[in-house]
Ligand binder design. Structure first.
Ligand SMILES: NCc1[nH]cc(CCC(=O)O)c1CC(=O)O
Length: 313
C-alpha cells in the first residue's frame, strides 16, 4: 500500500483548514499527505446567489474530476456542500467527527440586540432566510455570498448588523470572539451535514488504502447520522438551494438514531417538520421515510411553489 496521499481541496481558508485537519490525522497515523489546491466554479462565481448558478456541485465538480484522473487520492469537503447523490464511480469514504451543529449570529457589536426593529442580517442561505422570516419577522436579510473572509469584510463595512453562519466554519476560522448568539438547533435546524467534513475518493482507489483511510478519518457515530440526513436530502430532491433541514443524533449506546427534519416555505409561513427514530442500521431508511412523510404532508406543495417562484424570477 502506498503511503503518500494527495489531498484535493478548494483554496478557501476554511477548505484549507479542513484539508490540514485531515493531513494532521494522516501524518499522526504514519502516512505522508500532500495538499493540492483545486479551484471550483463556486469559488470563482461570487456575484450571483447560489440558487441562481444552479448550486448542484458547484463546489465539488472539479475536485471530483481530480479523483477520476488520479490527480488526487481523496477530496475533502464540508459535508454540507456535497450533493445528495454523488457520481457512481466515486464514493464517500468517511465523515469526520462533527463540530457543534448550530447556526450562530456573528457581529462586531458586542451588544447586538436581535430584537431591534431595523435589524439587518447577512445570509444567502434559503434555509436561514426562511427561518429568520419565521422566527425574527422584524429582521430583514441581505445577500452575503463569498467565503467567510469576504462576508466578514462586508459586515465590517456595515452592510449588515450581523451575519448568520455555521458555528463550525466560524470556529475553524477562529472568529469565536465575534459570536453574539448561538441559535438553538431545535428551532434553526441546521442543513444536512453541517459541521462534518466528508472525505471522497474514486471507487477504484486501492482497497487496502481505502480501508486504512477510513480507519483513520471516519467517525462512525457521525457517519450514521450523516447517512440518515443525506438519505433525507436525496429523497427531498434537495440540494442546498432548497430550504430543507435535518439533524440526526445517535443514542448513547449507539443503537438508535433519531432524525428531526423538514421543510420551510421561503416566506417562513409554512413549516413542516417531524422527528422519527430507527435502529442505527436503518439510518438511510429512516431518512427516506421522514422525507416522504414531509413531502406527503405538504412538502411537495412547498417545493412546487419554490420552483414556480424561481421560474418567474
Ligand atoms: N454554505 C457554505 C459553507 N459550507 C460549509 C460551511 C461551514 C462549515 C460547516 O457548516 O460544516 C459554510 C459556511 C456557512 O454555512 O456558514
Amino acid at each position: 500500500m502506498k503511503t503518500s496521499i494527495r489531498i484535493g481541496t478548494r483554496g478557501s481558508k476554511l477548505a484549507l483548514w479542513q484539508a490540514n485537519h485531515v493531513a494532521g490525522q494522516l501524518t499522526a497515523a504514519g502516512l505522508a499527505p500532500e495538499i493540492v489546491i483545486i479551484t471550483t466554479k463556486g469559488d470563482v462565481v461570487l456575484d450571483r446567489s447560489l440558487d441562481k448558478i444552479g448550486a448542484k456541485g458547484v463546489f465539488t465538480e472539479e475536485l471530483e474530476e481530480g479523483l477520476r484522473t488520479g490527480y488526487v487520492d481523496i477530496a475533502v469537503h464540508s459535508a454540507k456542500d456535497v450533493q445528495s447523490t454523488i457520481p457512481a464511480d466515486l464514493e464517500l469514504l468517511a465523515f469526520m467527527q462533527r463540530e457543534r451543529v448550530n447556526d450562530v449570529v456573528v457581529s462586531f457589536d458586542p451588544n447586538l440586540d436581535l430584537q431591534r426593529p431595523d435589524l439587518v442580517l447577512g445570509t444567502s442561505s434559503t434555509r436561514r432566510k426562511a427561518m429568520l422570516r419565521r422566527f425574527l419577522p422584524h429582521a430583514t436579510t441581505a445577500e452575503a455570498r463569498g467565503n467567510l473572509q469576504t462576508r466578514l469584510r462586508k459586515l465590517e463595512e456595515g452592510q449588515y448588523h450581523a451575519l448568520v453562519l455555521a458555528y463550525a466554519g466560524v470556529h475553524r476560522m477562529e472568529y469565536d470572539g465575534l459570536i453574539r448568539h448561538v441559535l438553538p438547533e431545535t428551532q434553526y435546524v441546521p442543513a444536512t451535514g453541517q459541521g462534518s467534513v466528508a472525505i471522497e475518493c474514486a471507487r477504484s482507489l486501492e482497497p487496502a488504502l481505502k480501508e486504512e483511510l477510513r480507519r483513520i478519518l471516519d467517525h462512525p457515530a457521525t457517519h450514521v447520522c450523516l447517512a440518515a440526513e443525506r438519505a433525507f436530502l436525496r429523497t427531498m430532491e434537495g440540494g442546498c438551494s432548497i430550504p430543507s433541514f435535518a439533524l440526526a443524533s445517535l443514542s448513547a449506546d449507539g443503537q438508535t438514531v433519531q432524525l428531526h427534519g423538514g421543510l420551510i416555505s421561503l416566506d417562513g409561513q409554512e413549516l413542516i417538520e417531524e422527528t422519527h427514530t430507527a435502529a442505527a442500521t436503518e439510518a438511510e431508511v429512516l431518512g427516506t421515510r421522514l422525507a416522504e412523510s414531509v413531502l406527503a404532508r405538504g412538502g411537495r406543495q412547498i417545493l412546487d411553489d419554490i420552483r414556480r417562484v424561481r421560474h418567474e424570477a
